[in-house]
Design a protein. Structure first.
Length: 115
């Protein structure tokens, strides 16, 4: 199994930046796919960004050019750099990992974009 611990959420003004971190209990190279999802109140959880062990990345159209997903193999940590944040980015952000045939989730971290 894989444990995921997120950090880095908080309150930020529109146009600001935040970096989310997700520490995994296994080497990133052993995990098939890692990504970030978000869930706003009253909405379904949706993909924000993800990358595979083959270094292919994909982003939701709404965050392209503003968010960047990256990984640090030495720290077994995945990051989501979020720039030019908008109020509509407000949501709980979850780290996700696909390891072997199973899927794992972190506990979530709240991101609030408001003036």
């Amino acid at each position: 199994q894989v444990q995921l611990v997120e950090s880095g959420g908080g309150l930020v003004q529109p146009g600001g930046s935040l970096r989310l971190s997700c520490a995994a209990s296994r080497r990133l190279s052993s995990i098939k796919r890692m990504g970030w999802y978000c869930q706003a109140p009253g909405k379904e959880r949706e993909l924000v960004a993800a990358f595979t062990s083959g270094s292919n990345t994909n982003y939701a159209d709404s965050v392209k050019g503003r968010f960047t997903i990256s990984g640090d193999n030495a720290k077994n940590t995945v990051y989501l750099q979020m720039n030019s944040l908008k109020p509509e980015d407000t949501a709980v952000y979850y780290c996700n990992a696909v390891y072997l045939m199973w899927e794992y989730w972190g506990q979530g971290t709240q991101v609030t974009v408001s003036s």
